[in-house]
Design a protein around this ligand. Structure first.
Ligand SMILES: O=C([O-])CC(=O)C(=O)O
Ligand SMILES: [Mg+2]
Length: 653
């Protein structure tokens, strides 16, 4: 297969592989205006773009005009589904298999220079183009005379972003930067992660999704709606990047704790994937955000003239399952066995089924079930240093028995079972869950959804959370209900009266849905609570002491987990990898952090943390025989670090 990439064009000489190409200068001057034209056989497989498809459509029209029955069955737009002539492996555009009387596409790729180089977010450096680069790439006069360093650009952008008072304006400024200058965007995010995480991620991304219809400018990912049924493979091929390693996909039905936002949920995969790059070092071009649109049951959106999705109620049952199945098959067909698919913000009634269905055939994980579980377990393991004892010495009570609640509960039970050698059925008994109908107890078992059944223990029914706290006497209280303000003063006071150091985790996102605020947790427990939340809270001063709340968010886990899976070439996710990720995260909490009451390390060092998580996950993948990248690197942490994308500018010749 011919391998051409942008650097090959810039290099102008390093075109590898065999095949028939003519390289011609479209513009007579300058080294970069090279045009590479494929003439037919041995074409580059799988490297199409929108122009190619436009060509294909033209060909289709020509075919319809000529109405030649002998050629119509083997024209190239039929090749994907009905290969009729022998061709090369992945002969996506039928260039190998075409016979002489058939049409092939003489596709061409030109190298960005001049004005279009400034408009290309992958290569644009703005004022950082050197004078030499400006000369060589036809930029003279297109930029003011100053040459700025990337650091100065970061300083200026941060200054600009700090001028905005409204978080959504900051979000839009960041999205704008991502569209304009990708490397600067990531440099900004990596260097200012604590400050910018709440902008590109929770809580601001939640508001952005709610208003996505109005602020939507350019597509940042793929939209696959019911209208694309039967054509999903084609849709995937419309995406300009071909070497995809991570997909984050949502169907928008349960966006954070905000409910059904339909197609506007796109902000979530986009945000998650920018963290894959900034926090985990996955190349931006290898990341693909996808939103599956099967309609929405959100009346407000259905009646909103600016709503960008399908204006119909959600498809369910077979119609839903078929679309998802086509999607999952197309992804594997197009990107192979080792593409990681992260399910994000699906509703409970689909999330568990999808994970179970595709967990054995694809490299998938559900961030809300498994990522959140892994981050919470890490905090609890680290928290033992503050409160003493082992996991098995604790009693856990959850408010919320959905993806996060049952996912965390199961991983805690699994870890406890590994530590104590007690069977899982036994360790589960230390964990209690409350849902909207009250404490989950055995008398409710018949009417419970499948994923809640393991948690139906013997107890009399209890309706209210505060009564459940008093009856169960938990040492750890975890909120995952998506409903804000549910850890009331009474609830927190009850926890504080039972425990010297109650662990209280208010995990629902965004901030508006948090079960309580950091200030409430510290105040109502007289400064004794060990508190962490899903969305960030600023430090709190109580009784002359400053308390820094932790952020128990899956953002600590998925970037490193993903990197570990990708760098080892893993083909399946195993629960032990989640435990490995937890363990690595917990090990990154320093004595200094503990001294400040923290059970999570600060995000400032997240790339180092992600490298450790990735190394632990990869080691587990090798141990389980699920890794395909061989031989195993000796030092996995170093290897992980060496794999990470750097946002530093490249020098252009
Ligand atoms: O996105 C976040 O901040 C965490 C998460 O997965 C969720 O709340 O669904
Ligand atoms: Mg989520």
């Amino acid at each position: 297969m011919i391998s051409l990439n942008r650097s090959s064009f810039l290099n102008n000489t390093r075109i590898s592989g065999s095949g028939s190409y003519s390289i011609s200068r479209v513009q007579r001057k300058g080294p970069v205006s090279v045009r590479v034209v494929a003439l037919g056989s041995n074409g580059r497989a799988g490297e199409g773009n929108a122009a190619v498809l436009a060509e294909k459509n033209k060909l289709k029209e020509m075919r319809e005009e000529s109405e030649s029955p002998s050629s119509s069955s083997t024209l190239i737009d039929d090749v994907d589904s009905k290969p009729t002539v022998a061709g090369g492996v992945q002969d996506v555009y039928g260039e190998d298999s075409a016979t002489e009387d058939q049409f092939v596409t003489p596709w061409s790729v030109s190298v960005a220079s001049g004005y279009s180089l400034l408009r290309d977010p992958h290569h644009n450096k703005g004022l950082a183009f050197t004078i030499r680069e400006r000369d060589a790439h036809f930029l003279r006069g297109l930029l003011p005379p100053t040459v700025a360093s990337q650091d100065l650009q970061v300083k200026k952008m941060m200054h600009n972003i700090r001028q905005y008072q409204v978080p959504l304006q900051k979000y839009m400024a960041m999205m704008d930067l991502q569209e304009r200058n990708q490397r600067l965007f990531y440099k900004l995010l990596i260097d200012n992660v604590e400050e910018l995480l709440p902008i590109v991620y929770t809580p601001t991304v939640g508001e952005a999704c709610q208003k996505y219809g109005s602020i939507f400018m350019r597509p940042q990912g793929l939209f696959i709606s019911l209208k694309e049924k039967g054509k999903i493979l084609e849709v995937l091929r419309n995406w300009p990047e071909k070497n995809i390693q991570v997909i984050v996909v949502t169907d928008g039905e349960r966006i954070l704790g905000l409910g059904d936002l339909g197609c506007q949920g796109m902000g979530i995969p986009v945000g998650k994937l920018s963290l894959y790059t900034a926090l985990g070092g996955i190349r931006p071009s290898a990341c693909l955000p996808i939103t599956i649109d099967v309609g929405t049951n959100n009346e407000k959106l259905l009646n909103d003239e600016f709503y960008i999705g399908l204006k119909q109620r959600r498809a369910t049952g077979q119609e839903y399952a078929e679309l998802l199945d086509e999607f999952m098959m197309a992804v594997k067909q197009n990107y192979g066995e080792k593409v990681l698919i992260q399910f994000e913000d699906f509703a409970n009634h689909n999330a568990f089924d999808l994970l179970a269905k595709y967990g054995t055939t694809h490299l998938v994980f559900n961030d809300d079930i498994q990522g959140t579980a892994s981050v919470v377990l890490a905090g609890l393991v680290a928290g033992q240093k503050l409160v003493g004892g082992t996991l098995a010495d604790h009693r856990f009570l959850f408010l919320g028995a959905g993806e996060a609640g049952t996912g965390i509960a199961e991983l805690i039970a699994l870890e406890m079972s590994k530590q104590t050698k007690a069977p899982l059925e036994e360790t589960r008994k230390k964990i209690w869950l409350v849902d909207s109908k009250g404490l989950i107890v055995s008398s409710r078992k018949e009417s419970l959804q499948q994923f809640k059944k393991p948690w139906a223990h013997e107890h009399e029914p209890i309706k209210e959370l505060v009564d459940a706290v008093k009856a169960i006497r938990p040492t750890v209280l975890i909120g995952t209900s998506g409903a804000g303000r549910t850890f009331t003063k009474e609830v927190v006071e009850a926890m504080a009266s039972i425990n010297e150091k109650p662990i209280i985790l208010a995990l629902s996102n965004p901030t508006s849905q948090s079960e309580c605020t950091a200030e409430e947790a510290y105040t109502w427990s007289q400064g004794r609570a060990i508190f962490a939340s899903g969305s960030p809270f600023p430090p709190v001063e109580y009784d002359g002491k400053v308390f820094v709340p932790g952020q128990a968010n899956n953002a600590y886990i998925f970037p490193g987990l993903g990197l570990g899976l990708i760098m080892s070439g893993a083909i399946r996710v195993h629960d032990d990898m989640l435990l490995a990720a937890s363990e690595a995260l917990a090990a990154q909490v320093s004595q200094e952090n503990f001294d400040r009451g923290l059970i999570y390390p600060p995000f400032t060092n997240i790339r180092k943390i992600s490298a450790h998580i990735a190394a632990n996950v990869a080691a587990k993948a090798y141990e389980l025989g699920l890794a395909t990248r061989l031989p195993q690197p000796k030092d996995l942490v170093k290897y992980a670090e060496s794999c990470m994308y750097s946002p530093a500018y490249r020098n252009y010749r």
